[in-house]
Design a protein around this ligand. Structure first.
Ligand code: DC
Length: 227
């Protein structure tokens, strides 16, 4: 048993609600929540700042190694991502950073660096970790694995509703196109592509309310021997 509880791995495609669900599960269990996408985004942001090529695996790894990475407690269950003492927030949601993070996530050296760092961050348990390869690559030994799915149309509709609720413009066709392309990129990658681990619980949230998704995971938590 790990010192602080089990590791819960949540994987799935972009825009499926892994963060929302993961944070709710973590709150219910008194666990920490870690978004590994934010780590890729943080390195991408720094690379853009420093003018390091998004295709130069060795230079990106050298950049990543030279940084001081910390994951301090944030306002809710989610850990913040800080590099060299700077907590990154708005920097990470920028569209340019998102695209850059997807590009560097293809590189084997970058992925290995991230895997080591993510294992270190979650090793003691008591953590919900969200990403694309947590159950298959980072924590193949996670005590509970969830693969969260939803149709591209359902994900696009939710995103449109979210943006409209914030008073922001939202074009359904453009968003659907973005989701389909991101899926192809994440699943078609040669190194650690997005896929369901054989032993992961498959939850299709296309027509399942969010509370039911959370309840299913909390239920499995008890069965997985979580504490
Ligand atoms: O979940 P996100 O959109 O914040 O992730 C940003 C990018 O990082 C995404 O294109 C896929 C990549 N990523 C990854 O390859 N492996 C992870 N475990 C997490 C994210």
């Amino acid at each position: 048993m790990r010192a602080n509880g089990i590791v819960i791995a949540i994987d799935g495609p972009a825009g499926v609600g892994k963060s929302t669900v993961g944070k709710l599960v973590a709150s219910r269990l008194g666990y920490r929540f870690i978004s590994t996408g934010k780590m890729y985004r943080a390195l991408a942001w720094k690379a853009l700042e420093a003018g390091v090529s998004l295709e130069d695996d060795a230079a990106l790894v050298a950049l990543a190694r030279a940084l001081k990475w910390e994951f301090p407690k944030g306002a809710g269950p989610e850990a913040d991502v800080a590099i060299d003492g700077r907590r990154l927030e708005r920097e990470l949601v920028d569209e340019r950073t998102g695209r850059a993070s997807s590009a560097i996530a293809k590189l084997p050296g970058v992925r290995l660096f991230m895997k080591d760092m993510q294992r270190q961050a979650g090793l003691e348990g008591g953590v919900v970790m969200e990403g694309r390869d947590i159950g298959t690559n980072v924590f193949p030994d996670a005590e509970l694995k969830v693969y969260l799915d939803a149709s591209p149309k359902a994900r696009a509709e939710r995103r449109v509703a979210q943006l409209k609720a914030q008073g922001l413009p939202a074009d359904y066709d453009e968003i659907l196109d973005f989701i389909v392309k991101r899926d192809a990129q994440d699943s078609g990658r040669a190194v650690n592509p997005l896929r369901k681990a054989d032993d992961a619980l498959y939850l299709d949230s296309t027509s399942m309310p969010r509370d039911q998704v959370v309840a299913s995971i909390v239920d499995m938590f008890g069965k997985a021997g979580g504490k």
